[in-house]
Design a protein around this ligand. Structure first.
Ligand SMILES: [Zn+2]
Length: 425
């Protein structure tokens, strides 16, 4: 009898503990979805978080009819996180399509680092230098080329020309060198003159445009008249770049990064003042910011792929880790570059397209790379290129790896990453 009572008490206690545990998981994930992932508070029809676990639905009508697209129980969450770390996007999508989570891992779930005295030994870091321009002509085509006119009042003698793609690539090269010195294995998504497809834009146009247009038409991404236009000689480069090339090339960057399976991903961009139209004159404004995944808009869960990424961001720690490492990096942007961190009121898109996080200057934004890359991510937007002082500093040196300001930016990324990794071993 005594034994029976003890067992009953034990069972009762275990049930209470696991109920408390489940309640806190429900609370945590519900708040995470509301605060980080659902920008317009319009997505609750696509998921539910309850005592069983998390369920995804293809549409709000399916939720009403209890037609579950994918279900994962609380007990399987840890294995799900590990599975997301270890498997390709394709096998994860196959798993998602099967409707219920079971672990794919057969070869052990613990991923340990063999750290030596080098601070980043054993870590794999992907770097994505934003945009593709290696000259002003290409910068013009991708609309990432600013020309500040000579201005005697502000002490600019001749016009200043900057192509963001040249700055990001030089920053990436400098950062790669520093990370490798500390033992990291680093992967870059592109070279100075070749995009993620391993060729120039012009070469891609020659080799791959037709196939790309046909397949986009087939999946309903472009209409018949667009297909005819892009297959004709009348198609303008700017249109081809904007409608066909840009997103496909970003998708290729995601594919390359996810195949590399990094521990962290760094995406490098330089910003401009969005209100300084055409960027022909300078601005006094200057800010740093970082983006992480999340802030899905009300029409952002219409495909299975996007619903999977929503679920991945909800369950894995990628978002929490992205916020933490970005926070470490943005503090270094501020201290090393002497440029302030943006608060939400400093740019319109930070209010309209983002959700703030608890970290100063780090915002959830549903951009293609933070949405699809399966690792914690630092998506940096440092300083304003059209700022009155920055444009002068950035215009120095033809070889931008020798430019002092760019060296400082690379150094700030490096110190921020190192600081985060050493305190989170
Ligand atoms: Zn950019």
């Amino acid at each position: 009898m005594k034994y029976f009572i003890t067992v009953l008490i034990l069972l009762f206690t275990l049930t209470c503990v696991s109920q408390v545990d489940v309640q806190s998981k429900i609370k945590y994930h519900t708040e995470k979805a509301q605060n980080y992932l659902d920008k317009e508070k319009a997505l609750s029809g696509y998921y539910s978080i309850d005592k069983d676990g998390i369920k995804m639905y293809a549409s709000p009508t399916d939720k009403i009819n209890h037609k579950i697209e994918f279900q994962i129980d609380w007990l399987d969450m840890y294995l799900f996180k590990m599975t997301c770390q270890k498997h390709s996007s394709e096998s994860l999508m196959e798993k998602y399509k099967s409707g219920k989570f079971t672990s794919l891992i057969q070869d052990g779930i613990y991923i340990g680092y063999n750290r030596s005295e080098k601070k980043l030994q054993g870590l794999k870091i992907a770097i994505d230098p934003g945009h593709i321009a290696n000259d002003f002509e290409m910068g013009d085509l991708e609309k990432k080329h600013i020309i500040i006119k000579g201005d005697s009042i502000n002490g600019i003698k001749d016009s200043i020309e900057i192509a963001e793609g040249i700055l990001t690539y030089a920053t990436a090269i400098l950062l790669k060198e520093k990370l490798e010195k500390e033992g990291a294995t680093v992967f870059l998504t592109r070279t100075a003159d070749k995009c993620a497809f391993g060729k120039t834009y012009q070469q891609w146009k020659k080799d791959d445009l037709k196939n790309a247009v046909d397949s986009l038409y087939k999946i309903g991404e472009i209409k018949a008249w667009q297909k005819d236009y892009f297959n004709s000689s009348k198609a303008k480069d700017r249109d081809i770049f904007r409608v066909i090339f840009r997103d496909l090339e970003l998708a290729k960057r995601v594919e390359l990064i996810n195949n590399f399976n990094p521990d962290y991903t760094v995406v490098i961009h330089y910003n401009v003042d969005e209100t300084n139209l055409d960027w022909i004159k300078t601005t006094d404004k200057n800010f740093n910011m970082c983006f992480v995944g999340g802030a899905f808009m009300k029409n952002d869960l219409i495909t299975k792929e996007k619903r999977f990424e929503f679920l991945r961001l909800l369950i894995t720690d990628d978002l929490e880790k992205s916020i933490a490492i970005s926070s470490s990096v943005i503090k270094k942007f501020e201290s090393e570059l002497n440029v302030p961190t943006a608060s939400a009121r400093d740019a319109k898109y930070l209010i309209e397209g983002c959700l703030p996080t608890e970290a100063n200057g780090v915002y959830c934004r549903n951009l293609q790379l933070p949405r699809y890359i399966h690792s914690p991510i630092v998506y940096g937007e440092t300083l304003y290129q059209d700022n009155i002082n920055e444009c002068k500093l950035l215009s120095a040196e033809t070889d931008k790896t020798k430019n002092k300001r760019i060296q400082q930016v690379a150094d700030a990324y490096f110190k921020g990453i190192l600081n985060y990794v050493s305190t989170n071993k």
